[in-house]
Structure formats: C-alpha cells, structure tokens
Design a protein around this ligand. Structure first.
Ligand SMILES: Cc1cc2nc3c(=O)[nH]c(=O)nc-3n(C[C@H](O)[C@H](O)[C@H](O)COP(=O)(O)OP(=O)(O)OC[C@H]3O[C@@H](n4cnc5c(N)ncnc54)[C@H](O)[C@@H]3O)c2cc1C
Length: 469
C-alpha cells in the first residue's frame, strides 16, 4: 500500500518535534513543507555567537540524554548529516560549601562508591531501571496508552515516579549529599520538590546518566537541528523560514509544533467551544532566566572534580534547592553546562563558554544575573574575573525568541499531575479538526529534545491518510 500521490502536509514550526513529524511523513511518501516563523530553523535547539565572535552558545537546549535515548532519532542517519556526540568524563557534578562535590558518573558502580553509605540505596533505586533502559525508554517516550516494553521496570518506575522528589530522597538516602544530588536532578521538572511527580524527573534523568550519559553535540545543539533538516531534505521535504502561519491552511494534513496558547488563534472559530475552553485553561509552568558567558578560562570550581562534568548543579543542599523551586525567591538553584571543557570547537583557542539557567515565575522579567553569578562564585571563587562577555535572556525575551516558550516555560506547559492528565488525554495529537494534529512538547511524552511528540503525532496522522491499493 502506498499513500495517495495527492497527499501533502504542512508542518507549522521547525523545532525538533516539527522536524521529526516532517521526517516521518516524508518517509511515508507525503509531500511535506515546514513553515518556521524565525529566520533560523530549530526552535529551542539552536546555537549562535551570543556574546563575542567565535564563542558558540546554545540558545536553549545544551545537554541531551533524551536525544540519545530517542527511539526515532536512532533510526535516522543523523551522523551522515554532521551530528556527533561528545560524552564528558562524567554527566554531572554537584558542589558543596566545604569545597567538595558529588560526582554522578556514567558508571553506576563508581557512583555508588562515591556515595559511601548511600551507595547501596542508590543502586537499589537505579540499577533495575538502568538495566531495563533499552526497553524502558520506549515506555517513557511512548504514547500515553501502549503495551509496556518493560512491564516490571515500568511499574517499579511508576511507583516511585509519582512521588514528590523530597519524599523519595528523604526515604531512600541518609546523607545530605545524596539527597542534594537527587534533588538537583529532580528540579529539572520545574515543580516544587514537595509536588508530584517531581521524583519522575530525578529517576528518568538519573537513569539516563548511567545508561546513556548526558552528552553534548559537537559544535552545539544546532547540529541536531541541521542533521534533522538534512535528513528531511534528502527525503524531499521543504523548509521555509520567516514564514509565520497565522491561520490553518486548507487541505492536506497539518501538524502544529505549537503549544495550546498559539493553537487557539490558529484554529479560532473552527474549534468546538469545549476544546477552545480546554486550550484557554491550559496552564504554563515557571519561566526560565538564562545566562551565557564567554570566559577567559574554565570556571574555577573549588572542587576540581567539577571540571570532569558536562553539567554542574549549583545550589547546595536539598533544602536550599527545594526552597528556590517552591518560592522562586532567595538564592537560585542554577543549572550550569560547560561544553568547551570537552568540545574546544565552541570557542577561540584556550577560551571557554558556559551556559546557565534558573527557574523564575512565569513571564517574570526579573534579571537574576547577579544572583546567578553569586551562586557560581560561591562554589568557584574568582569566577567573575574570568567573564569576557555575557548574554542575558529573561523569560519574556525567551518567548520573544520562540513563541512556544510561553512566559519562558521551556516544557510546553506545567508538569504537575493534574495537567499531565490533560496532556496525555486531551492533547494526544489529534484535535477535533479533521487532519489537524498537535505535535509540540505540550503533547506526550513532553519537553526535551527527543522528537517523540512529533513522531507519535505523525503516526496518528499517517493512520488516517488515504491510501492507494
Ligand atoms: C533555555 C532552555 C534550555 C533547555 N535545555 C534543554 C536541554 O539541555 N536538553 C533538552 O533535551 N531540552 C532542553 N530544553 C527543552 C527543549 O529545547 C524543548 O523541549 C524542545 O525544543 C521542544 O521542541 P518542539 O519542537 O516541541 O518546540 P520548539 O523547539 O519550541 O520549536 C517550535 C518552533 O515552532 C515555531 N513556531 C511556533 N509557532 C509558529 C507559527 N505560527 N508559524 C511558524 N512557526 C511557528 C517556533 O518559532 C519554533 O521554532 C531547553 C529549552 C530551553 C528554552
């Protein structure tokens, strides 16, 4: 069976999910055109000289455990289009005020040794998930309803994932350092650590660190985008930049790499009132305040081991991290990436870049440059003296740069349980309009660069397309 030669598709938005949806459709013989509002493709997977000439910064995504876990990316010949993964010596470091740090190693055994009295508890929590990862990732990145590929591990994951990160950390670990390590990973959820299911993020990203690492693309995140676009073009797909779509096109199938906030005006009166109400009630999570630095030398961490890690979680203890993620006031919990320690191509010789962000209230224009730099300075005295240039993105500036980042929310919407239910039932790709699908990170399985929202949306569309016998 082949698709009707008349079948054509419009994809609105060229983020990783839009490009993946386009690849899936083009692979099935559909004539695809991707329309991108921006002058550059890639949505939140782009790289640019934000500070000084020769310093190549990731504007948004930087570290990609879920891209290397993605069942669809692994089927694409992305290496042929220039994508090369670099694995830092260790995925993550978490420094403390006493000048030491806990290192999350690729090796589970080595990590357990570092964690001393908590080593066995860490192993009990993670080992079954790490062993099951080759199958479990299909469940975690799968559509909401599916036959589990790793039923036991998925059930074990679910029991702990549903818990608040604080409760899980305090019940499993005795040491303040281990609790802090888990809290920092779980804080990627952008949820209060007392909220459900913040533990899920600690488990997924912690497991991925051991199973596949937290790699960075050589030359930056733009390489993921360029590789997806190269593959798409080879399949006959067309990409148009500076092409903002304001109303849904007539005819063909349409996949929208947009969040509910933008879908509402796109579809406007064509939508039934109940669905319009659902979209209007959709909630966004905290925003992000982002900083990029051009540096004269690496960040001078007091704990020298931090230089072995691609990512450093800066914020101290579980209580401190939890306090920031709940109140978004005080001392920020900061995620730092230091790519040039492992990829010198990103800066002039002997120079460095670093990437950092923290959560802020949605749409807050607050400038946390000083607060973030003070936190880095706390664990790396002398850091400020190495700054050659900096680039600041407040939450509204992020939205200006990419409409999908509503109020600076980088996850396509709030990740709390109530909204996850909405995302996995009412935003399951199909919309009430025939041949119109949502494919952004607001749909399951959610945020991060993995393309699986686009993949599942395209499969849903392909199931309904006319075929020739
Ligand atoms: C600061 C930041 C840090 C991040 N860090 C990481 C990380 O380290 N690792 C990771 O895996 N993920 C990270 N993420 C998340 C990740 O980048 C996103 O989850 C992912 O890019 C979502 O992909 P998407 O295709 O759904 O949407 P996006 O990447 O947001 O792309 C949507 C695209 O659609 C376009 N568009 C929207 N409306 C229209 C329209 N009407 N007409 C035409 N074009 C339109 C937009 O311009 C945009 O280019 C980060 C995100 C941000 C912002």
């Amino acid at each position: 069976m082949v698709l009707s030669a008349k079948t054509f598709a419009t994809v609105i938005g060229s983020g990783p999910n839009g490009l993946t949806a386009a690849i899936e459709l083009a692979s099935a013989g559909v004539k695809v055109t991707v329309h991108e509002d921006n002058h550059l493709i890639g949505g939140s997977a782009r790289t640019a000289e934000l500070t000084l000439p020769g310093f190549h910064h990731d504007i948004c995504s930087a570290v990609h455990p879920l891209a290397v876990s993605s069942p669809c990316f692994e089927r694409y010949p992305l290496a042929n289009y220039g994508l090369e993964w670099i694995h830092p010596d260790a995925p993550l470091a978490h420094p403390f005020d006493d000048g030491t740090a806990v290192i999350l190693e690729r090796s589970l055994d080595q990590t357990c040794v570092h964690l001393g009295p908590d080593g066995e508890a860490w192993r009990r929590l993670f080992e079954p998930l790490v062993e099951a990862w080759p199958r479990l990732r299909h469940d975690l990145l799968g559509p909401p309803i599916h036959i589990p590929a790793a039923p036991l591990a998925f059930a074990r994951f679910g029991l702990n994932a549903i818990r608040p990160a604080r409760a899980l950390a305090e019940s499993q670990f005795r040491e303040a350092r281990t609790r802090a390590l888990f809290a920092g990973i779980a804080a990627h959820s952008a949820l209060p650590l007392e909220g459900r299911p913040s533990a899920a993020f600690g488990l997924v990203l912690g497991t991925a660190a051991h199973a596949v690492g937290w790699p960075i693309p050589k030359n930056g995140a733009q390489r993921i985008t360029n590789a997806l676009a190269g593959h798409l073009r080879a399949l006959g797909g067309d990409i148009r930049t500076r092409s903002r779509i304001t109303t849904l096109p007539d005819g063909g199938v349409t996949l929208c790499d947009v969040t509910p906030r933008q879908f509402l005006p796109l579809a406007a009166e064509r939508l039934p009132a109940s669905y319009r109400k659902l979209l209007a009630a959709y909630r966004y999570g905290p925003g992000v305040f982002k900083l990029d630095w051009a540096l004269s030398a690496p960040i001078p961490w007091s704990a020298a081991d931090c230089r072995r890690a691609g990512t450093v979680h800066v914020g101290g203890t579980l209580d401190e991290i939890a306090d920031w993620e709940t109140r978004l006031e005080g001392k920020p919990f900061v995620l730092v990436a230091q790519p040039t320690l492992f990829d010198p191509s990103r800066a002039p010789q002997a120079r460095h870049i670093a990437w950092a962000y923290c959560h802020v209230r949605n749409a807050s224009a607050v400038d946390l440059t000083d607060a973030i730099e003070s936190q880095v300075e706390r664990f790396a005295p002398g850091f400020r003296s190495r700054i050659l240039g900096r680039h600041v993105l407040t939450a509204p500036a992020l939205e200006y740069h990419n409409m999908n980042l509503v109020g600076g929310d980088i996850n396509g919407g709030a990740m709390d349980l109530r909204q996850l239910r909405v995302r996995s039932t009412r935003l399951r790709y199909r919309t009430p309009l025939r041949d119109v699908y949502l494919c952004s990170s607001s749909t399951p399985p959610g945020g991060a660069v993995h393309g699986m929202c686009g993949y599942h949306a395209a499969q849903a569309a392909l199931r309904r397309l006319p075929r020739l016998r």
